[in-house]
Design a protein around this ligand. Structure first.
Ligand code: PEP
Ligand code: MN
Length: 384
């Protein structure tokens, strides 16, 4: 784990933010504010569920490529104000430049968030921090798109040093170089490590940008709650299919209400006492161990299927260069994740031995099959 001992934050709990909410904080709203009617209809739909305290909407949208809808901009500030007046929901939007900050402060937006494409840039974050110095407004910092805990912490620290007291983090998943079932890999270890470093920091989850589709929202939201995160931010749109950004992952207000109803909320997290903290951390460990076991099970199933496939096509099971590649990749990852090479090598060797056992247990064909009991050394690779 990267060193965090020198990091300093002074987080205060939601209950002390003076905004009338506490854990779990529920935030809902469209990816983008598109029109006044869309913002108002969505806000009213959300308010009618009674399941959110805050209305989110992006006014300035950071798009990966130009030519897409880039948000309604300043004009939409008045729409949010009106939505607040008509529903009582607090308002929240993303700021990426000092102009955005100034416009939001002038318009009386209640809370701000820093987006996943801004957090990785210390220059941008520092500019925002300077624009916010001396201003008492709640700020949420999304994780950087790349899995780098120190960048996330760094952005939080810049806000903290600028005097932002009502400071929280949003976990929205990470870009990963391999295909995963998610738009952004949840990599739960990151919010867990952040929480371990700063036990009092409120971290909420944005299942919409992790999932990237509607089907997985519930599972991710539940996982976040089970891990003790402090709330949820979900993208909700009056007419999700026709949303101008992130249409696939947005849901209608009614579906949002049903989703929140389907979740299991743990009773309010107790604060401070040593025993509670220990139990909280143990819960996290249990959850991670379960995930590791599930992933290992899936991996072995797949390795077995590869074995079947090779047998069916009369291909040798032993493919040393494949194993070399796997091991090299894992050792490189180990470096990135702060794990020791020796540990990762030992772990992967054990996984490898079990894969070999699973692939060679049913010896239906002699082609390339390792005889039972063969002393396979790591480096005599089989797939998976
Ligand atoms: C958003 O919340 O709509 C958004 C752009 O999110 P992120 O910065 O997490 O990609
Ligand atoms: Mn979005």
């Amino acid at each position: 784990m990267p060193k965090t001992s020198t990091n300093v934050l002074h987080p205060i709990p939601f209950s002390a933010w003076g905004l009338g909410f506490e854990r779990p904080l529920l935030i809902a709203g469209p990816c983008s504010a598109e029109t006044e009617e869309q913002v108002l209809a969505t806000a009213k739909g959300i308010a009618a569920t009674g399941k959110a305290r805050v209305l989110r909407a992006g006014l300035w949208k950071p798009r990966t490529r130009p030519g897409h809808f880039e948000g309604a901009g300043n004009e939409a500030l008045a729409w949010l104000r009106r939505a607040k007046a008509e529903t009582g929901l607090l308002t929240m939007t993303e700021v990426a430049t000092t102009d955005h900050v100034e416009a939001c402060l002038k318009a009386g937006i209640d809370m701000l968030w820093i987006g996943a494409r801004t957090t990785p840039n210390p220059f941008s974050v520092q500019e925002l921090a300077d624009a916010l110095r001396g201003v008492d407004i709640p700020v949420f910092v999304k994780n950087p798109i790349n899995p780098d805990l120190q960048l996330w912490i760094g952005a939080l620290e810049r806000m903290d040093r600028a005097g932002i007291k009502r400071l929280a983090a949003i976990h929205r998943g990470f870009t990963w170089f391999e295909r995963t079932p998610y738009r952004n890999s949840p990599m739960w270890e990151f919010p867990i490590r952040l929480k371990a470093a700063f036990p009092d920091l409120e971290i909420i989850c944005d299942p919409s940008h992790i999932a990237g589709n509607r089907e997985k929202l519930g599972t991710i939201a539940q996982q976040a709650l089970d891990l003790g995160l402090s709330g949820l931010m979900l993208e909700v749109h009056q007419d999700p299919d026709n949303a101008r950004s992130d249409a696939e992952q947005q849901i209608a207000p009614r579906e949002y209400g049903a989703l929140i109803d389907s979740l299991l909320f743990r009773s309010a997290t107790p604060t401070a006492p040593m025993q509670d903290r220990l139990e909280e951390l143990r819960d996290l460990i249990d959850q991670l161990d379960e995930e590791i076991a599930q992933k290992l099970g899936t991996r072995m199933d797949i390795a077995e299927r590869i074995g079947d496939h090779k047998r069916a096509h009369q291909v040798a099971i032993l493919q040393p260069e494949r194993w070399d590649r796997i091991m090299r990749r894992q050792l490189k990852l180990a470096g990135h994740l702060g794990l020791s090479q020796a540990f990762v090598k030992e772990f992967m060797d054990a996984v490898h031995r079990e894969s070999i056992r699973r692939q060679t247990d049913e010896q239906s064909s002699p082609v390339g099959v390792v005889p039972a009991g063969s002393p396979l050394s790591p480096g005599n690779g089989v797939d998976g």
